[in-house]
Ligand binder design. Sequence first.
Ligand SMILES: [Ca+2]
Ligand SMILES: [Ca+2]
Ligand SMILES: [Ca+2]
Length: 399
Amino acid sequence: MIFISLFSINIFAQIGRTYDDGHGGRIFFPFGDISFADEVISFKVGNPAPIAGYGIPSQALNIPDYKDERDDKNATSLGYGGELVVKFTDNILYDIDGYDLIVMEIGAAIEPVDVYISKNGIEWISVGKTGGGFSKIDISKYVKKTDVFRYVKIIDMKERSDGNWPGADIDAIGAIGSSINFQLNSSVLFKTGESTLSNDKTELIKIAEKIKKINGLTLIEGYTDNVGSPESNIILSEKRAQSIKKFLTDSCNIAANLIETFAFGESNPVADNKTEDGRKKNRRVEIIVFPNSNQAKNDVVGIWDTDWGELHIYRYGETIAGWYTDDGGEIVGKLTDEHTIEGKWVENGSDRVCGENVYDRNHWGRIIMKFNEAFTELSVKWGYCSDEPTKVDWNGKRK
Ligand SMILES: [Ca+2]
Ligand SMILES: [Ca+2]
Ligand SMILES: [Ca+2]
């Protein structure tokens, strides 16, 4: 278990970007790089197993990186009937409109998997199977809107047992329906057994700044180790979650109606309670921040019909991200006023190659995007690389 360093998080980098889907297209993840699975919980390789070097479960973590080359080991073969459990730690999975979970399988063979999700890694909900290849799963039929999931289990369905790589070959597992999850160790927040915040509130203040930028519903979850009675641990974790809520509302000006607290006591441990180190990791608070779903309808958010294809725009506070259908295009930027986005476009190819990369690609440029008063039309000025954006042949209407 790695506790994320709050000092290394760049929220701008976390927000929305597109990724190769491994089958000639690109797919947009509203929370960018953090959307993907972070940790292998267990792996039972199938029988027959893949040849040596191709059954490494950690290759199914993090962003998709399979390059489709002969000896590429950036994906893992499950083996015939193999089973992989992964966990999201800096993000969670929940149900949004449309697809929520993506399982990226590589290779031409159809090797489907059964997919399960879980809140605690113990009780599992079946959410269907993938058809092999690149698969999108909508979990809405199986869950409540407010449920938060941290675990995904995939089991190879035993369609193919032959060759060097029997069973499904997985490059990445990502949550489109995702939100940010901060894990805070209780030892930096509280004295042992107490619910009064310690004097050093540096980490909480940093999180408060991020919550304010996203401006959505925030869940505060308190957890303890298994020392003491389960009842007393529930009470302690509730008091601690309440202390943090009070600090965020009273000292950081976050609206109380945007914060909910939950007490989980000693349930859902992230480490072994038999060791002091494990107990220390289990004494924690997790803070989940959802994107703001209350954006004004007449805002920049939505789907636009433009000269460069359909453009999908997302907004997180002042930060904008999106994608368009032309040449794997995506945009990233900021609202500089209510009707203006300034930022960059990125594509797979263009007439100019830039000296540096944006989002791993060197075809990009600057944009200034203007919206009319009613947010029904947009016009884009654009240029290549860091040139002043002066070209005007990119316009659109709300779809
Ligand atoms: Ca993640
Ligand atoms: Ca959904
Ligand atoms: Ca991979």
